[in-house]
Structure formats: structure tokens, C-alpha cells
Design a protein around this ligand. Structure first.
Ligand code: BG6
Length: 518
């Protein structure tokens, strides 16, 4: 496809919900009593319910004994806390709640799957009860057994030749390193076809992350500049003020590198840096992402020492409140060596990006909850106004703000009004809210919709998972057995350890710390 055709396709591609064809189907949530179901899945399905033309039946599966009404009451309580629209609309809930039903079951028990079949036959007619989206909101250690049981009970039609369809959605972490990810992928694809497997990275469901591709490939002015000739370096920050909260035990196993860098940060990087896909089709887009991930230069152990910084939050202050350090959080070892902050410098070995450093960082208990991408352009070749403003002008930059206060801003230099030639950085700003109103669907709404519609574009393909582990595994290997230095402990409420600043200073750069607004 040539460039004008691709642009036409992009521009005419309506990404709003109304364009997605969702057939009447059933969503089966394994892990129905868990946090993910209560905080994300049910609120997302509640909002989708109002927009979908056809009713979707939602079946919760968990080990505990409870009636449909008890489950509904639990969900209503959590919806009141987690719905993005408040208060929950009573009429909308009354229309939605009959779609919810509960089926007790343990994924290791074959009989539970027989019960589930009978339950589905009771609550939905054919072929709706053969169009099944299984959401595994359970521990990754149970992904294998659940898919085995689903296949053994005849739920999964690998050939997809029969009536209906079956898909399985899984949540990260997809393994804890390359070898375990390969084992998991091999096990899952023994029971279902790769195209039936939907691996979620919820960052891909965020409006602003989806907009990266549209922004790049539908605006010729930026695409001309999207390369090493014009770009000096790129910064991607995913910052959170929150600590690990009740997830201490999980975090002790995972750490920031596996929790955020391996997935969210590398996915955002792939979208920012990949080549234009030849078609706006799932596999074309995924092929370009994977090419980019493969072009990331692997770290040697020595480079991990000089190009990757880890840190852990100590006690400090967030919004004027004293907060404990990571080691004092519940279910965290008092001498934990787990990182809650990572900053790294990556090189991408291809013609577009040779010599352009990419700086990525993420951390808990930072100064702001904000995620953004900053593209910094090369400095002006000759500073005409050196006498007025000094030898250095602020370089131009483009900031894609992922959250909150989503938008895009372009920073350039302008003249301060008056009789002097004073120069100051100014910006041009596009804000989602100002342009489109405050409509920000949750990432899970979009992703559930896509999974029901059977479009895997916003999900992670097997080789993407494996390529991402190949990037982070050498870092973990180099860290193994090395204690965190005392200087790695940063006070909560700051932007991480000093070494993260030095990482950029070494090449004459500095982080741009996101503010609360754009
Ligand atoms: C999750 C991580 O994947 O993403 C969490 O496990 C993190 O640790 C969360 O807090 C951040 O997501 P968001 O959408 O709040 O930026």
C-alpha cells in the first residue's frame, strides 16, 4: 500500500465503539472474586453494556460458594467505588445486573467445567453460549491448568470450524524470563490456537497510546522529522505516586523491571519508534513492532552497570503526607533488594535511529503520577541570538502526554513581548478534554470490546513477549546477587535516585519531569 492509501485507511478507520461488530456472546471470568474483576473488568463491562447493541452474558467463576445475587451485590459495592462515572446510574445497573451470574468452581477440578457448561446452556441460547470469551483473571501459575481443562471439557474448538468462537484472555506477567515465557506459550498453544489467545497489556487500550500510531502516520509534518537527522533523543516516563500498597508480595517477585519495563514501556517504545506498517492490519502492525524490539541493542553486563539504574523508595512525603519506605510495606522483606524504580538508556540499531538514545524510566512513589513521551529535537545549528539569550537555546520538543490530562504539546522558542530581544520557551498545546470533552474510556473497556469483536491488534503476540524478555533478561542476570547500593534508595516523593540524573547528564541531557498538567 502506498502512503496516500495508508493515510486514507487510517483516516477513514473509525475507532469508535459503534463500528465494532460484537455478536451476542458470554464472557466467563475465572477469578470472579478477585481484585481485577472488581476494579477493572466489571466496571468496564458495565460501561460497555450501555453501548453494545446486543446483550452480553457475564459469568463469574471462583471457588467460594455464593449466589448470583450475592455476587451482584459484591460487584455493586465495588462498582460504586471504581466506576469512572459517579454515581452509578441506578437504571443502568438494573439493566446490567441481570446479565451477571455466578458459577462456583475450582480450575483444577474437572467437574467444575461440566457445571460451567450446564450453567452456560441455562443462561444463554445457542449460538450465544458457544461464543465464549474466557478471561483468566487468576494467577499465571493457573493459566496452563485452566486452558487444559477448557480443552478437555470440549470448550475450545481449535479449528474454529464449529458454531461460535472461543477466545482466552490472559494478563501479564507472561512468564518471568524468556525461558519461562517460552514454556508458557508452548503450554497454552497446545490447547488453543495462537489467534484464540489474547494477551493483555492494558497500556495498549489507553486512548493516548493508540493515538501514537495515528498521530505519527497521519501527520506528514511530524513523520518527516521522525528520525536521527532531526531527533536528539527520546524520553519515556511512566511515573506513579502510589507505592506498592497491598501488592507487596507480588512486587517482591516482580519488581519494576518486570512489572512495567518489560511490557508497558517497551510497547510504548515500539509504537513510537517502529516503521510505518504497510497495511493497517493486525499482523502488519505487530510485524513492525517486533522488528523494532529486535533492533534494540542487547545489553552486555558492563553496559547494564553504566546504562541501567535501579532504585527503591525509602520513607518520604507524598502530597504533604509522610509515607513509609518500600521495606516497611506489608509483605515486603525488611532487607528487600527489589527495585521500585528503573531508568535505562537504550540504543536502537537501525537506519532510522542509529545514534539516538532512548531514555526510559518508571517508578513507584515518584513526585508525580504522570506518563509521557518527550521527543527532543536537535538544537538549532547556529544560535543567532547568543548575545541576547546566551549560547544555549532551549531545544524544540514534542510531548505526548499519556495520562493524566492527555494531550500533545509542542515546545519552541518565542519572543517575549517588549522592546528587548528576550527569548523564552513557549508551547502549543492540544488537550483531549478541551477538544473532545471529558470522555476517557478505561483501557479495559476498549480491550474487552476488541476481544469480543475478535480483533487482536491491541494484544501482544507470542514473539513480542519473547523479544521483550530478551531485552530485560540481561539486566536481571547482571543484577543477580548484587545488593542495592545505599545510594539507590530514593526518598518517596522525588524523581528517583541521583544516578538516574547522572545517566542523562553523562550524554549532556536532563530528564524533563512531568508536571501534574500537560
Ligand atoms: C500495572 C502494574 O500493569 O500497571 C502496576 O502491575 C501499575 O504496578 C499499573 O501500577 C499502572 O497502570 P496505570 O494504568 O495506572 O498507568
Amino acid at each position: 500500500m502506498n502512503q496516500p492509501d495508508l493515510l486514507d485507511e487510517l483516516l477513514s478507520c473509525r475507532l469508535d465503539h459503534g463500528q465494532r461488530k460484537v455478536e451476542p456472546c458470554c464472557v466467563v471470568i475465572f477469578g470472579a472474586s478477585g481484585d481485577l474483576a472488581a476494579r477493572k473488568l466489571i466496571p468496564a463491562l458495565y460501561h460497555l453494556h450501555r453501548e453494545l447493541p446486543e446483550p452480553v452474558r457475564i459469568v463469574g467463576v471462583a471457588r467460594g460458594e455464593r449466589s448470583d445475587d450475592q455476587w451482584r451485590a459484591e460487584l455493586k459495592t465495588s462498582l460504586d467505588r471504581h466506576s469512572r462515572t459517579q454515581p452509578v446510574d441506578a437504571a443502568a445497573w438494573d439493566a446490567f445486573s441481570p446479565c451477571l451470574s455466578y458459577c462456583r468452581g475450582d480450575v483444577t477440578d474437572a467437574e467444575a467445567f461440566g457445571r460451567l457448561r450446564r450453567h452456560l446452556e441455562r443462561i444463554a441460547p445457542a449460538p450465544q453460549n458457544r461464543r465464549l470469551l474466557f478471561y483468566l483473571a487468576i494467577s499465571p501459575s493457573q493459566f496452563g491448568v485452566t486452558s487444559r481443562q477448557l480443552e478437555a471439557s470440549g470448550f475450545l474448538d481449535r479449528s474454529e470450524s464449529g458454531e461460535g468462537w472461543q477466545r482466552v484472555v490472559i494478563e501479564k506477567p507472561f512468564g518471568h524470563d524468556l525461558a519461562s515465557a517460552r514454556r508458557l506459550n508452548a503450554e497454552l498453544t497446545r490447547h488453543l490456537h495462537e489467534r484464540q489467545l489474547f494477551r493483555i497489556d492494558h497500556y495498549l487500550g489507553k486512548e493516548t497510546v493508540q493515538n501514537i500510531m495515528l498521530f505519527r502516520f497521519s501527520n506528514a509534518i511530524f513523520e518527516q522529522l521522525w528520525n536521527r537527522q532531526a531527533i536528539d533523543h527520546v524520553q519515556i516516563t511512566v511515573g506513579e505516586k502510589a507505592g506498592v500498597g497491598a501488592r507487596g508480595a507480588f512486587y517482591e517477585e516482580v519488581g519494576a523491571l518486570r512489572d512495567i519495563v518489560q511490557n508497558h514501556l517497551l510497547q510504548v517504545l515500539a509504537l513510537i519508534a517502529m516503521e510505518p506498517p504497510s497495511r493497517l492490519e493486525t499482523e502488519s502492525i505487530r510485524d513492525e513492532k517486533i522488528k523494532l524490539l529486535h533492533a534494540i541493542r542487547p545489553f552486555t553486563p558492563a553496559e547494564v552497570g553504566s546504562q541501567v539504574v535501579r532504585g527503591q523508595y525509602g520513607p518520604g512525603e507524598i502530597d504533604g503526607q509522610a509515607v513509609p519506605g518500600y521495606r516497611a510495606e506489608p509483605r515486603v522483606a525488611p532487607d528487600s533488594q527489589v527495585e521500585t524504580f528503573v531508568a535505562l538508556r537504550l540504543a536502537i540499531d537501525n537506519w532510522r535511529w542509529a545514534g539516538v538514545p532512548f531514555f526510559l524510566r518508571s517508578g513507584k512513589r515518584l513526585a508525580q503520577s504522570a506518563s509521557e513521551i518527550r521527543i527532543q529535537f536537535r538544537p538549532a545549528p547556529h544560535v543567532l541570538f547568543a548575545a541576547e539569550c546566551g549560547p544555549r537555546l532551549e531545544p524544540n520538543s514534542l510531548t505526548l502526554r499519556l495520562q493524566p490530562n492527555e494531550g500533545i504539546s509542542l515546545h519552541f522558542n518565542g519572543k517575549v513581548p517588549g522592546s528587548t530581544m528576550e527569548i523564552r520557551p513557549v508551547r502549543m498545546r492540544f488537550s483531549y478534554d478541551a477538544e473532545f470533552g471529558a470522555y476517557t474510556p478505561e483501557a479495559y473497556e476498549r480491550l474487552l470490546l476488541e476481544a469480543m469483536a475478535g480483533d487482536p491488534t491491541l494484544f501482544i503476540r507470542r514473539d513480542e513477549v519473547e523479544a521483550s524478555w530478551s531485552v530485560v533478561d540481561p539486566i536481571r542476570d547482571a543484577w543477580a546477587g548484587q545488593s542495592l547500593a545505599g545510594t539507590a534508595i530514593y526518598p518517596a516523593g522525588t524523581w528517583g535516585p541521583a544516578a538516574a540524573e547522572e545517566l542523562l547528564a553523562a550524554t549532556g541531557h536532563a530528564w524533563r519531569n512531568p508536571g501534574p498538567g500537560q
